[in-house]
Design a protein around this ligand. Structure first.
Ligand SMILES: CC(C)(COP(=O)(O)OP(=O)(O)OC[C@H]1O[C@@H](n2cnc3c(N)ncnc32)[C@H](O[C@H]2O[C@H](COP(=O)(O)OP(=O)(O)OP(=O)(O)O)[C@@H](O)[C@H]2O)[C@@H]1O)[C@@H](O)C(=O)NCCC(=O)NCCS
Ligand SMILES: Nc1ncnc2[nH]cnc12
Length: 273
């Protein structure tokens, strides 16, 4: 079971990386707004993280406490940084997707459904208090600074609350697009833009301040209001926002992590059905 959860996590991260167009983000076609990483950097990171998602799913199944999960996460982060030469490719995913993999282990071991927001509710109930109580690993991280300076809900608050943006925005957008006939690529772009329209992404705040965050949110909202991936010109419109992000050096890394999380939950549900 833990092996299947781990494979689903790596598959989801790969699907996010392979997707194109993704405004400002790294894809097989280009490095978006990033000078220090490309597709190869992400692949090395993914390779280094394979064992982590299986291990944290197994720990979750055993009912591990938050400090145990956190230790696994910190070790995985170290491995990621060693594999990428110090570049942060997957820190948000190590944290968020790691917690969701642990929650999947806990629920599957106990025969609980993966439907609805069950995984988020489990993560919040078992580890939410620990997440908020833990001293920040790096008090001067980009995320921590954006939370302090702008009062943003960062990755920790999102996880402690049971990933509301994932379960209330990204997964419904993915499911609706698939049900309306979009293929997995288009449905994933729709889910990504749905996230970008609402997520308080601390990456955007770090690089562009409140104006940078507002620019992305407005651009994503405009794309969705025109019909999103069901608009005939959707690819050109998504590419136009990509180019505008690159000019401004903006990159919605938090939304990319949440997209991978949505693909992970969707994939697990499909296999359980
Ligand atoms: C709890 C931690 C994850 C630390 O979080 P914190 O907020 O203190 O700090 P960050 O180091 O900024 O990492 C948070 C990452 O989470 C993603 N994110 C951002 N906003 C949100 C959001 N609203 N909801 C969910 N997730 C969000 C985002 O990840 C992506 O961005 C990464 C690139 O970021 P950065 O390094 O800032 O890069 P650049 O802009 O490229 O920098 P420059 O080039 O300009 O220098 C990319 O990797 C994506 O993943 C945020 O980065 C945590 O560190 C922690 O406690 N970890 C240890 C414990 C653990 O992992 N446990 C797991 C199981 S419990
Ligand atoms: N594809 C991507 N590009 C840049 N940052 C990211 N963080 C997570 N996925 C990413």
């Amino acid at each position: 079971m833990a092996g299947a959860i781990g494979r689903a996590a790596v598959r989801a991260l790969y699907a996010e990386l392979a997707l194109h167009p993704k405004p400002g983000l790294v894809s097989p076609l280009d490095s978006g707004s990033h000078d220090d990483m490309d597709m190869g950097t992400f692949l090395r990171s993914l390779f280094a993280l394979r064992g982590y998602f299986r291990a944290i799913a197994a720990a979750g199944a055993e009912g591990a406490d938050f400090p145990t999960l956190r230790e696994l996460g910190i070790t995985a982060e170290r491995r990621m940084l060693a594999a990428t030469g110090g570049v942060n490719t997957h820190r948000g995913a190590v944290f968020g997707l790691g917690l969701l993999a642990a929650a999947a282990g806990w629920r599957m071991r106990r025969g609980r459904t993966l439907r609805g927001n069950g995984l988020g509710a489990t993560a919040a109930a078992l580890w939410g208090a620990g997440i908020l109580a833990a001293a920040p690993q790096a008090p001067d991280s980009h995320g921590a600074r954006a939370v302090t300076r702008y009062g943003a809900r960062g990755a920790r608050q999102e996880a402690a609350d049971g990933f509301p943006t994932l379960f209330e925005v990204a997964l419904p957008a993915l499911d609706r697009a698939l049900a309306a006939g979009a293929d997995p690529e288009r449905a994933s772009v729709q889910a990504l833009f749905s996230l970008m329209a609402v997520l308080e992404d601390t990456n955007l705040l770090h690089r562009g301040g409140p104006a940078g965050l507002a620019f992305i949110q407005a651009g994503a909202r405009r794309f969705l209001d025109r019909g999103g991936v069901f608009h005939a010109e959707w690819r050109d419109e998504a590419l136009a926002l990509h180019r505008a992000c690159v000019v401004r050096r903006l990159s919605p890394g938090g939304s990319a992590d949440m997209l991978a999380a949505a693909q992970f939950v969707h994939g697990l549900r499909e296999r359980a059905a």
